[in-house]
Design a protein around this ligand. Structure first.
Ligand SMILES: Nc1ncnc2c1ncn2[C@@H]1O[C@H](COP(=O)(O)OP(=O)(O)OP(=O)(O)O)[C@@H](O)[C@H]1O
Ligand SMILES: [Mg+2]
Length: 401
């Protein structure tokens, strides 16, 4: 009989070998991920101006010109988009070109994407939201708290080879007593997205879960739930929004993300099984909140917003459209009106470890643009929640040409 321990070890090694091969294939020829350039239409949309206004602006002195390569159209880097936003702020004085939070006035917002249901679209939603915010000029920190490290992988890092344990949130849990902001800041790693830093994940987070439990058993008063919050207190000043991606179950790190959060986004695909397990999630949340409120403080686990987002929605499926409208009727404003549609392009992009914001489709641009527009609408509605918390107008209004 095969030794089961040996068998699992061997399978683990085989998975690693296949993963290495996949990374080799996906990242070839240049291993380092770079961000693509953005078309004038995309730039106009991101800046909230009309395409014709943008055409006029590129003739103005000091406005970024983008690049015209050969016979192709003008395109812009994300740095140029940020530069354009600064130019618009300087020339118009319109506060909507200054999206960053006002120091001492607007609080840091921490948005946690969470659901116990595996594969419900947490990582896809969280990563796209973080990148959407970065594109729109916010300073963003993404914290990957899932040992599966899917978000980390989407940012072009191989969690096995490129993420040392000491660079994940696990190392913060093992910090020396005197560790402060310098040590905390060391974990926030810049990505190829200007304005978007990442605290990456690796399997070290799995061990961290056990360690946290062990520590709690030894020291009953250990504030295990405040570790992420404490970390963000030290690094938060440099950011407007923190986006947390969680593993699909209840772990100590998920509880930390629930504690640190100022807003929750719960992705639920429109299927019976997803609702069943999301029901369990809400039951659990009710219990955790009741426990912590009783033992800790009556304001524990208070959020500015809790929103359900419909993910992987097939609008051509009659059952799904019924489920979605039923859900909308029951949950009312707790469900974001904009669903994220299922699109093969999220998968296609994901295979090459990209998001819709990074992907350059080889085939139909129309399908791509439809998917991207749906993703933008979802993200804009979550952004509106942030703006409401900061007391700013909730809707993006497009400026006339
Ligand atoms: N809108 C979409 N259209 C098509 N496929 C999607 C969409 N959103 C997510 N997916 C796919 O569904 C799968 C699961 O998505 P994702 O990894 O975001 O879920 P998750 O909740 O983070 O999973 P886990 O629980 O394992 O962390 C992925 O293969 C992803 O590419
Ligand atoms: Mg995930």
């Amino acid at each position: 009989m095969t030794d089961i321990v040996e068998q699992f070890r061997r399978y683990a090694e085989l998975c690693k070998a296949v993963q290495r091969k996949a990374i080799e294939l996906e990242n070839h020829p240049d291993k380092v991920k770079q961000l693509r350039r953005f078309s004038p239409g995309e730039v106009a949309d991101i800046l909230g101006i009309s395409p014709s206004h943008l055409r006029n602006l590129v003739r103005m002195e000091g406005f970024p010109q983008g690049t015209i390569a050969g016979s192709s159209r003008r395109s812009f880097t994300i740095d140029e988009i940020h530069e354009a936003r600064r130019w618009l702020l300087a020339t118009t004085g319109n506060a909507r070109y200054a999206p960053q939070r006002r120091p001492g006035q607007d609080k840091l917002q921490v948005v946690t994407f969470v659901n116990f249901k595996g594969g419900s679209g947490k990582t896809t939603s969280a990563t796209h939201f973080a990148q959407y915010l970065a594109l729109h000029g916010y300073r963003v920190l993404m914290v990957d708290l899932d040992p599966q490290a899917s978000a980390t992988t989407l940012f072009g890092l191989d969690p096995d080879a490129e993420v040392e344990d000491a660079t994940t949130f696990a190392s913060w849990l093992r910090r020396d007593d005197g560790a402060g902001s310098a040590e905390a800041r060391r974990l926030t790693r810049p990505t190829y997205w200007p304005g978007l830093d990442l605290v990456p994940a690796s399997i070290a987070l799995q061990h961290a879960e056990y360690e946290l439990v062990g520590r709690l058993l030894q020291q009953r008063e250990y504030p295990f739930y405040r570790q992420l919050g404490g970390f963000l207190d030290l690094v938060g000043e440099g950011y407007d929004v923190v986006v947390c991606d969680c593993r699909p179950d209840v772990g100590m790190l998920t509880i930390n993300a629930l504690f640190a959060a100022t807003g929750l986004v719960i992705p639920i695909p429109p299927s019976m099984l997803d609702f069943a397990s999301s029901g369990e999630f809400f039951r659990f949340m009710a219990e955790v909140a009741a426990d912590f409120r009783q033992s800790l403080s009556s304001s524990a686990l208070s959020y500015d917003f809790v929103r359900i987002v419909t993910t992987k929605y097939k609008s051509t499926d009659r059952n799904q459209t019924e489920i979605v409208s039923w859900k909308q009727a029951l949950f009312q404003e707790a469900v974001l009106k904009e669903p994220m549609v299922e699109t093969a392009l999220v998968d296609a992009a994901g295979i090459v470890k990209e998001t819709l914001y990074e992907y350059e489709p080889g085939g139909s641009r129309r399908t791509y643009e439809r998917g991207l527009a749906a993703m933008n609408r979802v993200n804009a509605t979550i952004e509106a929640e942030l703006l409401a918390v900061w007391g700013r107008p909730r809707t993006r209004t497009r400026e006339a040409a």
